[in-house]
Design a protein around this ligand. Sequence first.
Ligand code: NIG
Ligand code: FE
Length: 413
Amino acid sequence: MTTLIINIHQLFNTREVTILLRGVALAQIPSIENAFLLIEDGVIVNYGHMYELELKIPQLPKHVIDAKGQTVMPSWCDSHTHIVFAKTRESEFLDKIKGMSYADIAANGGGILNSVAELNSATEDELFNSAWQRLEDMSKLGTGAIEIKSGYGLTVESELKMLRVIKKLKERSSLSIKSTFLGAHTYPIIFKEDHQGYIDSIINDMLPVIAREKLADYIDVFCETGFFSPQEMETVCKAGLSYGLKPKLHVNQLHSIGGIQSAINLNALSVDHLEIMKDIDIKLLSKSNTIATLLPTAAFFLRMLYQPARQLIDAGCAIALATDYNPGSSPSGNMNFVIALSCIQMKMLPEEAINAATINGAYAMEVQDELGSITIGKKANLIFTKAIPSLAYMPYSFGSNLIEKVMINGMFI
Ligand code: NIG
Ligand code: FE
């Protein structure tokens, strides 16, 4: 089917070719005022100024949409989530209100282990249905591509159960989905005193099956004091790499313990969280190809320091933004709020935040050839906004829903 969209008030993030954005380039969003966009079988095939329409599209297709007043932009690329989980964790939310920290809750057997216990007793269908609902809700908020992690299983059976749910989501959803194996999220209770035993199980029992059944695109480790050390992360990632799984890693959420250096040595695609960064971490990252994925809603929800976005950007690091949607530290999949927080609390410019949430987010899950910008040949995964006076109005009017319609593969959802 061919669809022509005309009279687009502003068409944002039009790029003939794309590169991973850093520095001043991150603050530029190429756009066309009063634009048209042509879609064929779900793919962008042409775009331009309305005054070029006759020249570029001499024969108008039957299906024409008038987007008068609307702004159109690429959908959000949310490159870090944990949306497969069995139960929400409001009781820990209350504990935090009453003064407990995220680390205290984890040390008392809550946190990730709470979700692990719940997931173990949930069926694959229950997990699929609740994750499907979250995906639907997120797509209505403008998300068109998403990465989803395992990590609430921590046994061979349950990690495979999670990854099979993600595989089914990939097969049935029209969103673009990448899958990450996070067996090294924490140590399960039976391996509390035997870290090497659990690492051996990840390497010898889980990874071969995951590779055989093609259940994951990436490997992740929670590198943190009380969780996995940088050395343990390296061991797990090297095993993952031997099966072709590139690392996308949780580092520097609570402490700076050398995770950044190890991640760069492993040529990680991304390092995610980064609440606690030393100058040396920022310097190392700025000289690497590893993407810094910031998760401000996790800092917001846990009342922690926000990621030092300005220092990272000014040092030349490539930045992506993601929701970290999970039941413990960020129970929200709203990329619009992530963008607003990034501008309000981390002093990112609206253009920087939107690039980090679209094209750089696409790079952080290697879908940059099909998503993340208005580029000929890319998927028509698009956000149609209500009438907005400027791009800055989106983060400025935080909390209001400015999305009128969302298109996935050329079809309105
Ligand atoms: O990215 N910090 C590690 N993992 C998740 C939280 C997991 C949980 O609390 O359930 C995160 O914040
Ligand atoms: Fe996470």
